[in-house]
Design a protein around this ligand. Structure first.
Ligand code: F6P
Length: 359
């Protein structure tokens, strides 16, 4: 994408838009286009997450199906602020469903935090004739989207994309399932060396302020303990007594999963403290961004596809100011204002299960 691509009237959609009014829409209904949409935009923002590409593909192809053009914004809100945009046709999203990251690129934009920054972005959208914006991202991205709609009246729809799975009103976000499986696979390998040496390993997983990834990882890999911020038993003293109890039960190696945002501390500092206090021969592994990359699981591809289509379908019906999600296996839509609610905690019983099953 070059600078000249960002001029509103210079690029033409490579694929002619067919008259689809007589065809059923992807969910079986007839495309309505009650909102009379001609052009929408899509961007990915915040931390990339596997499954974002599946959602981009679905947005572009569903929109084509509904007779709507799609403008791709590069580098999230930062790119919107700078007008880094181009038209995307169905062939531009070929062969991406299986790829991690995001073909639209992403950024954590500081300029977007100011009303002036958002005004510049809104002006670019208007100059391009964009009548609706689909934002694929997490908590910070949805806040940005919410302000854009409130301040400039641009219809906005969110598609949850973050490995943290920490958005209110949805039990799933794109990337969580992939990151979870990546972490579990890595810890399975660590388990081999931990048991061979009879060692304690502290493994840090991502989650800036959420223990969702940590507690699910711990349960799935049979960890001996887990530290995560929402846990009612989240303390250094509890960890030590759990490790002692496991030692007395005859366990000679242990895996402790530590959430990046845990209140006891990062894995490295908890490890240092344990070494000092108990002279343990332990090792620390920080999985870090390994969890953010890689080919999305089938689940993340399927939900990326469903949500991308649903976002377009609802915009096409004239709806705005919501984000899609999943509750109890069903596709749902939540008002965008719900992003102001506290982030959900992992189900309380999961942390307890980890310690019960570590016996
Ligand atoms: O996107 C969510 C997340 O992966 C968090 O779990 C993590 O704390 C953060 O992003 C890391 O962000 P960055 O890649 O900007 O360092």
């Amino acid at each position: 994408m070059t600078h000249t691509d960002s001029q509103p009237d210079q690029t033409a959609n490579p694929e002619p838009v067919a008259d689809l009014s007589t065809l059923p829409s992807p969910d079986g209904s007839t495309p309505t286009n009650t909102a009379g949409l001609k052009r929408i935009a899509v961007l990915t923002s915040g931390g990339d997450a596997p499954g974002m590409n599946a959602a981009i593909r679905a947005v572009v192809r569903a929109a084509t199906f509904h007779g709507i053009e799609v403008v791709g914004v590069r580098r999230g809100f930062q790119g919107l602020h700078e007008g880094d945009m181009r038209l995307l046709g169905p062939r531009d999203v070929a062969n991406i469903i299986q790829r991690g990251g995001t073909i639209l690129l992403t950024a954590r934009s500081h300029t977007w935090r100011s009303p002036e920054g958002r005004t510049l972005g809104a002006n670019h959208l208007k100059a391009w004739g964009v009548q609706g914006l689909i934002v694929i991202g997490g908590d910070g991205s949805f806040h940005g989207a919410h302000y854009l709609q409130q301040e400039h009246g641009i219809p906005v729809v969110g598609v949850p994309g973050t490995i943290d799975n920490d958005l209110p009103g949805t039990e799933r976000t794109l990337g969580f399932d992939t990151a979870l499986n990546t972490a579990v696979e890595a810890i399975d390998r660590i388990r081999d060396t931990a048991s061979s040496h009879g060692r304690l390993f502290l493994v840090e997983v991502m989650g800036r302020s959420s223990g969702m990834l940590a507690v699910h990882t711990a349960l799935a890999c049979g960890a001996e303990a887990v530290l995560y911020p929402e846990s009612p038993e989240d303390s250094y003293e509890n960890l030590v007594s759990q490790l002692n109890a496991n030692w007395l039960r005859g366990k000679r190696s242990s895996i402790v999963v530590v959430a990046e945002g845990d209140t006891v501390g990062r894995a490295v500092s908890v490890g240092e403290r344990l070494k000092l206090d108990h002279s343990l021969d332990l090792r620390v592994v920080v999985l870090g961004h390994v969890q953010r990359g890689g080919s999305p699981t089938a689940i993340d591809r399927i939900w990326g596809s469903r949500w991308g289509c649903e976002a377009v379908r609802r915009l096409d019906c004239g709806e705005r100011g919501f984000y899609v999600g999943e509750v109890a296996g069903a596709l749902v839509a939540q008002p965008l204002s719900r992003i102001m609610e506290p982030q959900p905690a992992p189900p309380g019983d999961l942390g307890r299960l980890v310690s019960v099953l570590a016996r």
